[in-house]
Design a protein around this ligand. Structure first.
Ligand SMILES: NC(=O)c1ccc[n+]([C@@H]2O[C@H](COP(=O)([O-])OP(=O)(O)OC[C@H]3O[C@@H](n4cnc5c(N)ncnc54)[C@H](OP(=O)(O)O)[C@@H]3O)[C@@H](O)[C@H]2O)c1
Length: 283
């Protein structure tokens, strides 16, 4: 499994596991746990959850899925809602997440999206929680260039490790301005919705001729091509979500797909990056 090095020196797997909507239904719980464990055992040991996902149901499921493994073999990410990112509320939110996850620390805590709490206050609190050892690191999510530039002026922001944003072949806006800003400040990009939610966010991806031809040539599915394209960016982490064992196996296999330069050029022509800055897509 390829890895990406955070600026704090921590190495994380390039392919992680998303968990939005997992844990919502008792009837699919066993398969979701089996899928997550398959992913973990294949080396996708980074797991992305959030207090928002099913009001703790996703965190609860993740807690059960990771229970057989040594805690330090997993890189656990959860997120605080904007309304809870204040001095008064953040530690209570974190404690609730830790209880659901059945652990006493997070490897990374993300500010889910920008809200009304002053950035200075949230960063001060994240740093306080880091000093206490309840989180090993922190980052942000859904921060566009203007939010990121503001953040970078805040005291303590040099400890922001990642920005988790929407990125897939059909939504390449971050390449124009946000990704260069991340690179200049050693902030790692985590790509969510790498499968464009199985094509729901952009229907033409799955039916596209170039993607279908590449899928045929490699003997894989169009979804695996989408994921492999994100993973072809060696400095970006991708966190596809699946509750299906079959799809988890396919997603793990996708990490081994290598494109030739000609194939990458074909994908570039079919889905070009925008020429000018565009607002960040958000889900
Ligand atoms: N920070 C944020 O604001 C934010 C926002 C959105 C998402 N996220 C994170 O990013 C993760 C991924 O994003 P997402 O869940 O929205 O979208 P996604 O990973 O792009 O797509 C998930 C969908 O793809 C399907 N799928 C997965 N693997 C597949 C495969 N090999 N073949 C066919 N279909 C497949 C899944 O269904 P099956 O279960 O049936 O496989 C599910 O319907 C989330 O789970 C969450 O952890 C973060």
């Amino acid at each position: 499994m390829s890895t990406v090095l955070l600026k704090n020196g921590t190495s994380i797997p390039q392919l992680g596991l998303g968990t939005w909507y997992l844990g919502d239904s008792a009837s699919t719980r066993d398969e979701e746990i089996a899928a997550l464990r398959y992913g973990i055992e294949a080396g996708a040991t980074l797991i992305d959850t959030a207090e928002m996902y099913g009001n703790g149901r996703s965190e609860d499921l993740v807690g059960e899925a990771i229970s057989p493994y040594e805690r330090d073999s997993i890189f656990l990410i959860s997120k605080v809602l904007p309304s809870n990112a204040s001095r008064e509320r953040i530690e209570h939110s974190l404690d609730t997440s830790l209880r659901f996850l059945n652990t006493d620390y997070l490897d990374m805590y993300l500010y889910h999206w920008r809200g009304a709490v002053p950035l200075e206050e949230t960063v001060e609190e994240l740093e306080r929680l880091r000093a206490k050892g309840k989180i090993s690191s922190w980052g942000v999510s859904n921060f566009d260039c203007s939010d990121m530039s503001e953040l970078l002026e805040v005291r303590g922001s040099q400890h922001c490790q990642v920005n988790e944003v929407l990125y897939h072949l059909g939504s390449r806006g971050i390449e124009v301005d946000l990704q260069p800003l991340h690179a200049a400040n050693s902030v790692t990009t985590i790509a969510y919705c790498p499968l464009a939610q199985a094509g729901r966010l952009q229907h033409n991806l799955i039916t596209n001729k170039v993607i279908q031809t590449l899928a045929n040539d490699h003997g894989v599915t169009p979804f695996q091509i989408l994921l492999a394209w994100v993973l072809a960016h060696k400095d970006i982490v991708a966190i596809p979500r699946t509750g299906s064992l079959k799809h988890m196996k396919e997603n793990i296999e996708a990490a081994s797909i290598c494109f030739s330069q000609t194939e990458l050029d074909l994908l570039d022509s079919a889905f070009p990056r925008p020429r000018h800055p565009v607002p960040l897509d958000i889900q």
